[in-house]
Design a protein around this ligand. Structure first.
Ligand SMILES: *Cc1c(COP(=O)(O)O)cnc(C)c1O
Length: 398
């Protein structure tokens, strides 16, 4: 059933989530892939590796299971698991880009991703231009013919839930001789499979929805089948080589936690989406709220594209307050179920103030976010309780 073995692939998403890359343990029949908490492996004579395992930076059975599973969920060729989302992204960038290359980066990129481009990559001679990825003409203008080798996309974006058209950007990228890389963290592979609509590579912070329980930091990269962009046909081999050479691999226990999280991803994403819809209903009708950002709203500028490329609209919601920044900050401290905290995608609901928390580092740049904005990661508690919690805070302070 392993994706990488090329055998018959189970078709349903949850069937893949529960079985792909995973077989009952050969030695004991344990139905769940064990945590192979080990660094090295007995060789049957020099070079006689059992199952190819030699040393756990290069490969570890728990990590192999996760890598096979995430590749199957994204419909890709090969999966790679990392110690964090940024470690995976850094590995993709340094495996595939060379000095003099140029990348188009979203104007509302995840702050840590932007920092990679803006500090780490610039010192390696890789240049970037920032563009709003929802605006195809702006992206076309940002492309430097012959030099742009990658378009980097997040959709939905953080924290304003902007939508980019993956299929259209794939055509644009490929016409320019560039790869399309999609950070699929916000949607998760359950709601959106970028490779199926033309993207070449997908990245995840598995810290978020894939892990889903706020108990692990991790990353994943999935490289698509049959990459046709000239010079990148061997992208999967290059990522594999750099994963081992740079060494930011996911450990066995972290791999196991993410693998366990993936098994319930479909159920969780349905509930996150149900609850977010209820929360959006409250926010859209509350007099204290000046704007709600959620791709499921028909008034959202990316709604039609989101409907085309997403199964549902997910658990992330942001909104702005008429009363401005100071009140927005207060509201973040007045909820009881929504816990004040960074990160997202766990079973518990979180609330935060992007301008002073997750996006404080981009203040004064093109990525600055509005001060009256609040971001919610809507969890899978009971919707009535979540709505009541937000309502009391808004009624009192908004
Ligand atoms: C959290 C996040 C990352 C970074 O992942 P880490 O696991 O924190 O390294 C990248 N992209 C998005 C969209 C994220 O939300």
């Amino acid at each position: 059933m392993s994706e990488q073995s090329g055998s018959v692939e189970p078709t349903g998403f949850s069937t893949r989530a529960i079985h792909a890359g995973q077989e009952p343990d050969a030695a004991t029949g344990a139905v769940i892939t064990p945590i192979y908490q080990v660094s090295t492996y007995k060789q049957d004579g020099i070079g006689g590796f059992r199952g190819g395992y030699e040393y756990s930076r290069s490969a570890n059975p728990t990590r192999t299971a996760l890598e096979g599973c995430i590749a199957a969920l994204e419909g890709g060729d090969r999966g790679f698991a990392f110690s964090s989302g940024l470690a995976g992204q850094d590995t993709v960038l340094r495996a595939l880009l060379r000095p003099g290359d140029h990348v188009v980066v979203p104007s509302d990129a995840y702050g840590g991703t932007y920092r990679l481009f803006n500090t780490v990559l610039t010192s390696w001679g890789v240049e970037h231009t920032i563009a709003p990825m929802g605006d195809l003409d702006a992206v076309r203008t940002a492309v430097r013919p012959g030099r742009t080798r990658m378009l980097w996309v997040e959709t939905p974006t953080n924290p304003l839930l902007g939508i980019a058209d993956i299929a259209a950007l794939a055509v644009l990228a490929h016409d320019a001789g560039a790869l399309l890389v999609v950070d699929n963290t916000f949607a998760s592979p359950y709601l959106q499979q970028p490779l199926s609509v033309g993207a070449d590579i997908v990245t995840h912070s598995t810290t978020k929805y894939c892990g889903g329980h706020s108990d692990v930091v991790g990353g994943a990269v999935v490289v698509g089948r049959d990459i046709v962009v000239p010079g990148f046909e061997d992208a999967a081999d290059r990522v594999a080589f750099h994963q081992n050479s740079m060494g930011a691999v996911a450990g066995p226990f972290d791999s196991w936690l993410v693998l366990r999280g993936l098994k319930t991803l479909a159920l969780r994403m349905e509930k996150h989406s149900d609850n977010a819809e209820r929360v959006v209903e409250l926010l859209a009708s509350h007099p204290a709220v000046s704007a709600v950002h959620y791709p499921g709203l028909e008034t959202h500028p990316g709604h039609e594209v989101a409907r085309r490329q997403m199964k549902r609209f997910g658990g992330m919601v942001s909104f702005q307050l008429k009363a401005g920044e100071d009140v927005a900050v207060k509201v973040c401290g007045e909820t009881e179920l929504f816990t004040l905290g960074e990160s997202l995608g766990g079973v518990e609901s979180l609330i935060e103030h992007p301008a002073r928390m997750t996006h404080a580092s981009v203040a004064g740049t093109e990525l600055e976010v509005p001060g009256d904005l609040i971001r919610l990661s809507v969890g899978i508690e009971d919707a009535d309780d979540l709505v009541a919690d937000l309502k009391q805070a808004l009624d009192r302070l908004g």
